[in-house]
Design a protein around this ligand. Structure first.
Ligand code: UDP
Length: 311
């Protein structure tokens, strides 16, 4: 697994180890964190490879490749736009070649960002998107679009068994406290009793999926029979759609935060609305999310509280 030290990667590693798989976890820890792999490293089936996917260092023989390596939070990928493009282009090519060499299955962690600021709502997989190719988000959006194009080319030209997950906003325990995304920012601010920073009017929406649901979706995508999928699959929670203003209120309620929200300027090219159409995942993976936003947030608040106390 490339990107094993990340928020999602590490939860997926745990899931694979639980079922008895042998897992090689690769990460350069640019945004991933060693602590995320503390449980995995106690297990005999896990090998940590601390290296950069774009560096050319050798990769082990495997029968399943997950490509989750990339910064994924807007502030983090915008801090390193070239690195983000490189890991999604060169890094994805290396993992695809590895899959080709060992006739391994290949799972790409793509993103709802391939839809850009969508003109179609909710977003179906057949929608081609509305992306600014030169804006500040383009390193990530176009990086992932290129990764999807490359994976599709390896499927067509080289016969690699490729599966593409378009991952919508996901949250839960282990998110980096300073990750810069809305839920981690709001939780840290709320627990510290600080005002929550709402960008713009707060009317923009996102659909939030709890991490255990996302991991189950990715796992099923990897395990589904070859040749059954019609293409990329949206994974996310359509019932979790809220405006950012509503999210701020919910977080304040769950944490007992009394500070008023603080309005700050809206990010450039920030998508206005986002909600997955998950009919494809339901039909082909028998998957749909189970954890309601309020329940998932309560569990996440608990995790954030204990980590903030330790810190
Ligand atoms: N946002 C916000 N305050 C913050 C961080 C983000 O209001 O402290 C907003 C941001 O403008 C966007 C939404 O929350 O509309 C989701 O942003 P995030 O960075 O979590 O992820 P994105 O879905 O944009 O990749």
């Amino acid at each position: 697994m490339a990107g094993a030290g990340g928020f999602l990667g590490s939860h997926l590693v745990d899931r694979l180890l639980e079922e008895g798989s042998r897992v090689y976890g690769l990460d350069n820890f640019s945004t991933g964190r060693r602590e995320n792999l503390a449980a995995a490293r106690e297990r005999s089936g896990f090998t940590l490879l601390r290296r950069d996917l774009t560096s050319g260092a050798s990769l082990p023989a495997v029968d399943l490749v997950f490509q989750l390596a990339s910064p994924a939070s807007p502030p983090r990928y915008q801090e390193d736009p070239i690195g983000t493009l490189r890991v999604n282009s060169l890094g994805t090519e290396r993992t695809l070649r590895l899959a080709q060499r060992h006739r391994a299955r290949f799972v790409l962690a793509s993103t709802s960002e391939v839809y850009g600021d969508p003109e179609v709502h909710p977003q179906t997989e057949s929608y081609w998107g509305h992306v600014n190719p030169i804006g500040p988000r383009s390193c990530y959006d176009e990086g992932k679009r290129y990764a999807e194009a490359l994976a599709s080319a390896y499927a067509r030209a080289k016969g690699v068994d490729v599966r593409i997950a378009r991952i919508f906003n996901t949250y839960g325990p282990r998110m980096a406290l300073d990750d810069g995304r809305v839920i981690s920012n709001f939780l840290v601010q709320a627990i510290r009793g600080e005002p929550l920073t709402v960008q713009g009017t707060g009317k923009q929406s996102r659909s939030f999926c709890f991490v255990s649901d996302m991991v189950e979706g990715l796992y099923r995508l990897a395990r589904t029979d070859p040749g059954t999928l019609p293409g990329p699959v949206n994974l996310g929670n359509p019932r979790g759609e809220v405006s950012i203003g509503e999210l701020a209120e919910l977080v304040r309620e769950l944490t007992g935060n009394r500070s008023a929200v603080r309005r700050i300027p809206r990010a450039v090219d920030d998508p206005e609305r986002r909600r997955p159409d998950i009919r494809r995942a339901r039909r082909f993976l028998g998957w749909s999310p189970r954890v309601p936003l309020r329940v998932g947030l309560e569990r996440t608040v608990e995790d954030f509280r204990s980590r903030l106390e330790e810190a």
